[in-house]
Design a binder for this molecule. Structure first.
Ligand SMILES: [Fe+2]
Length: 391
């Protein structure tokens, strides 16, 4: 069996199992396969700053032990898909488009003083239902075609990411629902920021930046006028730019003073911005974005909350274009069982030939992921690959 041990408990003769867990998930855990043959190795691991490792312990011969779980780590919090990705994708696509049009409407309504909170209900309900049927469909769509209507798609994407995280954290349905509202409306205040500042194609002046920083408060005030608005939606909107170390805005709140919902929406906001393609920046691979966010741990958000976010998305989220150690190129299709060894569709052989082959990287002897690319870098039509996944 495989058991987690502190570095102090390691001894010569033991075998460390790396499990392929990257620093993003287990920063204190030594992540390489290693047979310990000397005390010096243990000393070196400790010097590198690791405090624990997974060690293989042979089962006692006569032990009649219950079957070991095949997955030694808790599975990601959300339940696996109930329908295939290919089945959910067209529905998710239509829903994403409708929600984007709706986001455009509520931003424009808000600017005209005609904001109607109740109109959001069917859209949030739709997002929640799709996420329950197949969590990967909306999540992968939210990472594609980011070049147009960014502001409105951003509202929808932050709602999708927030709902997905709330589900992964096992919040009850009502709370997940409210989290969706908070994600959707988090930037409502931007409708009230002067257009010349909001759309300025240049670096903002200090004064302009101060005006821009008022958008959480402006959105909060707008939502305060809605009698039925939930507390979580108010705080998610007001606190999505607060930072764990107290350097955020508008309240300079720190640590536990920032609401859970503020952190959830804030992480979703940053992740969507990092992975989006904009006129002035190309997109970056999703795992690179998670790496950047990891560098912001305990500054922008508590490390424990970020770990939940990474666990939910998988180190290589659905739709990621990855290279396997055998030289093949693949698209990640399902992370619900193992966040570092997902199911993938291989799209290119070692020789560069286009193929379609499903592989489950949790299987014994399977190749590991060595690196990730953006879809543009490798010219992969991720959507059509995902649409062909029927298992
Ligand atoms: Fe914002």
């Amino acid at each position: 069996m495989i058991q987690k041990m502190s570095i102090e408990e390691l001894a010569v003769g033991m075998r460390i199992i790396g499990r392929g867990l990257g620093w993003q998930i287990q920063p204190n855990t030594f992540g390489e396969d290693l047979d310990i043959t000397s005390q010096e190795q243990i000393h070196n691991i400790r010097e590198l700053g690791y405090t624990e490792a997974f060690v293989y312990l042979p089962d006692p011969p006569e032990q009649c032990a219950p079957a070991q779980p095949t997955q030694p780590f808790p599975p990601p919090g959300y339940q696996g898909p109930t329908v295939a990705l290919a089945e959910e994708l067209p529905k998710a696509q239509a829903l994403h488009a409708k929600c984007t049009v709706y986001a455009q409407k509520f931003m424009s309504d808000s600017a005209k003083g005609r904001f109607n909170y109740d109109e959001a209900e069917p859209f949030v309900e739709g997002l929640l239902a799709s996420t329950q049927r197949n969590p990967g469909a909306l999540l992968s769509l939210s990472r594609l075609h980011q070049t147009d209507a960014y502001t409105y798609k951003h509202c929808v994407n932050v709602a999708i990411l927030s709902i997905s995280l709330a589900r992964s954290l096992h919040h009850d349905t009502m709370k997940v629902f409210t989290t969706g509202y908070a994600g959707l409306f988090h930037d409502l205040g931007k409708a009230l920021v002067p257009k010349q500042i909001l759309n300025a194609p240049r670096k903002l002046s200090t004064t302009e930046f101060k005006v821009m920083q008022e958008h959480p408060t402006l959105g909060y005030r707008e939502l305060m006028r809605v009698p039925q608005v939930q507390e979580d939606v108010l705080r998610g909107t007001l606190e999505h730019h607060e930072k764990f170390d107290g350097t955020g805005y508008p309240g300079n709140l720190a640590g536990a003073a920032i609401s859970h919902i503020g952190t959830v929406v804030g992480m979703a906001d940053v992740y969507d911005a990092l992975t989006s393609q904009r006129p002035y920046k190309s997109s970056i691979p999703q795992n690179t974005a998670l790496g950047i966010m990891f560098q912001m741990r305990n500054k922008a958000w508590a490390e424990s909350m970020l770990a939940e976010f990474i666990q939910m998305l998988g180190v290589y989220p659905v739709g990621s274009v990855v290279e396997l150690e055998d030289g093949t190129l693949a698209v990640v299709t399902d992370v619900s069982e193992n966040s570092t060894a997902p199911k993938v569709m291989v799209v290119q052989s070692q020789l560069g030939k286009t193929i379609r082959e499903m592989r489950d990287l949790t299987r014994q002897g399977e190749a590991r992921i060595v690196t990730a690319y953006t879809a543009e870098e490798k010219n992969v039509d991720v959507l059509s690959v995902l649409a062909s996944v029927t298992e």
